[in-house]
Write a protein that binds this ligand. Structure first.
Ligand SMILES: [Zn+2]
Length: 105
């Protein structure tokens, strides 16, 4: 989200600067379509988009993160995980032994 706003802002600024150069270089050919007022507004929009991008980025930094805890020991673990490393190994070992026991029957 924030990176998209950054990109939009930067592209708007680049396009505005290109339009300014075209206007200054070929003053007669553009027939006054590229007015100073329009270019200034476009430039402000570009900086506005970058500003919103910064705000969105800060919002993402400040917003509280979801926390996850191991099902067995309640230790803090990465979001999306179910067990801590130690208990994940235990659970996988138990599952393997169960599978082996079932295969022997
Ligand atoms: Zn655990």
């Amino acid at each position: 989200m924030s990176i998209t706003l950054f990109r939009i802002g930067i592209w708007v600024i680049i396009a505005t600067l290109a339009a300014y150069v075209i206007r200054e270089t070929y003053a007669e050919a553009t027939l006054g379509i590229l007015k100073q007022e329009y270019l200034e507004r476009a430039l402000m929009s570009g900086f506005g988009a970058i500003g919103l991008g910064v705000l969105a980025w800060l919002g993402g930094k400040i917003a509280p993160r979801k926390k996850a805890f191991c099902k067995i020991c309640r230790q803090s673990i990465p979001v999306g995980a179910v067990y801590c490393r130690i208990h994940l190994h235990e659970v996988l070992e138990n599952a393997r032994h169960t599978d082996e026991a079932a295969a022997r029957r």
